[in-house]
Design a protein around this ligand. Structure first.
Ligand code: FCB
Length: 454
């Protein structure tokens, strides 16, 4: 049997609240409502007001999830659905929706992995103090976490604090120009942007503490990050050393995953930032560096690195013009990034003790219905198969990779790209809200049932 996974490997799928829920009228507004309603921010003027209408259709959706055969489901809670003002008044109806969702999942034997924040900050906190620009956001997040875990913690014991700090901070606040994501705030200096991600790290730390303090049962706590994997061009010791050296320097790795997992910002990053370094108060790094039960790694792409005769000893290679990207400008297909992303945590950050889950992996393709009504997304299957083989390599070599959650269960609101980009293994016909499982759905079902890459 080719590419088998160990028994107990977690096969799952992932979604996020703003991208699928709809039912905007029954919650408080989020920054993504405001941003998407601003002309020019989102492709075709799309908003998440209706999305996949999941709040109304969750029972059918979960039945389809059960048909897929996965025993694990990662979804996020909408903070403004639970606390419409971001703090204070609790919306009982909002919590009630999540009660029903969780109970329905458990009824099918599906274990929830709950993301507490997937970018949809309450607009009220943006209005009150500029959300992530203020330290207050971290404290309000922790209070929200306490409300949630007191309510759902009897049935949910797998939690992740924040999804992809880089995206909602470094892509949500732009120096001198409007950034791609909500809240879409223009700031004057890079320091202000790094301050927002520092506050998000603080929110993660305080959130972990709140979870552990309020959970009525032992629980697993994680952070989900989309750090960039540096992939050695060849498996030679020189290129591997180059990839390890480059790991701290690409994207926001040195300022997000480093402090979260090692307790310090990467010194190389701090040197580079100089006066743009965020203000860090004395106890912040200790708060941020909470013990974690596992790390969630969202992987779509990566960069190639090789050894070079320059002062730093490596170079990050540019992608050629025609390198495969599928239907997203940033989605360079680098299957080895999954393996190397896992390995860098164990070896480069020296955290072999930390179990890892792939909390997102997938791609956007230009799906069309055949005259028979099928979606033959062979490109998605080819993509997924290669990344899963990379996951298999990590497991086989003994790295602590515990599971894989495919992004995404449904086509959904893909942020600045609206409904134009389809990441689902289930097609959503937005006009009728009909769900049509794609070829990749049935292919993935085979992987789940056989516990291997088919
Ligand atoms: C990730 C996000 C997720 C989705 C995928 C395509 O960065 O976490 O919500 O948009 O990209």
């Amino acid at each position: 049997m080719l590419h088998p996974f160990p028994s107990g490997f977690q096969w799952g799928v992932a979604t996020a609240a703003y991208q699928i829920e709809g039912a905007a009228a029954s919650r408080g507004p989020s920054v993504w409502d405001t941003f998407s309603q601003t002309p020019g921010r989102v492709l075709n003027g799309d908003t998440g007001a209706i999305a996949c209408d999941h709040v109304a259709r969750f029972r059918e959706d979960i039945a389809l999830l059960a048909e897929l055969g996965v025993r694990h489901y990662r979804f996020s809670l909408s903070w403004p659905r639970i606390l419409p003002e971001g703090r204070g008044h609790v919306n009982a109806q909002g919590l009630g929706f999540y009660d029903e969702l969780v109970d329905t999942l458990l009824g099918y034997g599906i274990t929830p992995l709950v993301t507490l924040f997937h970018w949809d900050s309450p607009q009220a906190l943006e209005d009150a103090y500029g959300s992530w620009r203020s330290r207050q956001m971290a404290h309000d997040f922790a209070d929200y976490v306490t409300v949630v875990v007191q309510h759902l913690g009897d049935r949910v014991n797998r939690w992740t604090t924040l999804n992809e700090i880089w995206c909602f901070t470094h892509n949500g606040y732009g120096v001198g120009q409007v950034p791609e994501m909500a809240p879409g705030t223009v700031v004057n200096r890079a320091k202000e942007v790094w301050q927002t991600s520092h506050h998000a790290l603080l929110a993660h730390g305080l959130g972990c503490q709140a979870l552990r303090a309020a959970s009525p049962q032992p629980c697993q706590v994680s952070l989900v990050d989309n750090y960039i994997a540096t992939v050695p061009l060849t498996d030679t010791p020189a290129d591997i050393a180059a990839a390890q050296a480059a790991f701290a320097t690409v994207g926001t790795n040195g300022g997000v995953i480093f402090p979260a997992l090692t307790g310090t910002y990467s010194p190389i990053l701090l040197e580079r930032l100089g006066p743009e370094t965020p203000d860090i108060q004395p106890d912040d790094l200790a708060t941020i560096h909470q013990p974690l039960d596992c790390l969630g790694y969202n992987v779509y792409s990566g960069v190639y690195v090789r050894a070079a005769e320059n002062p730093q000893g490596y170079e990050v290679l540019p992608f050629p013009q025609d390198y495969p990207r599928l239907h997203m400008p940033w989605l360079y297909v680098v299957p080895d990034s999954l393996y190397w992303g896992v390995r860098h945590i164990s070896d480069t950050l020296n955290r072999p003790d930390l179990p890892i889950l792939i909390t997102e992996n997938g791609c956007a393709t230009q799906d069309t219905l055949t005259p028979q009504g099928e979606i033959l997304d062979l490109d998605r299957i080819a993509y997924l198969r290669q990344y899963l083989q990379s996951a298999h390599r990590a497991v086989q070599e003994g790295y602590p990779l515990l599971g894989y959650y495919l992004w995404s269960f449904l086509d959904n609101f893909e942020w600045a790209y609206g409904y134009d980009r389809r990441f689902g293994i289930t097609y959503v016909d937005y006009a009728s809200q009909k769900r049509i499982p794609k070829a990749s759905f049935y292919w993935y079902q085979g992987c789940v049932v056989e516990n291997r890459v088919v």
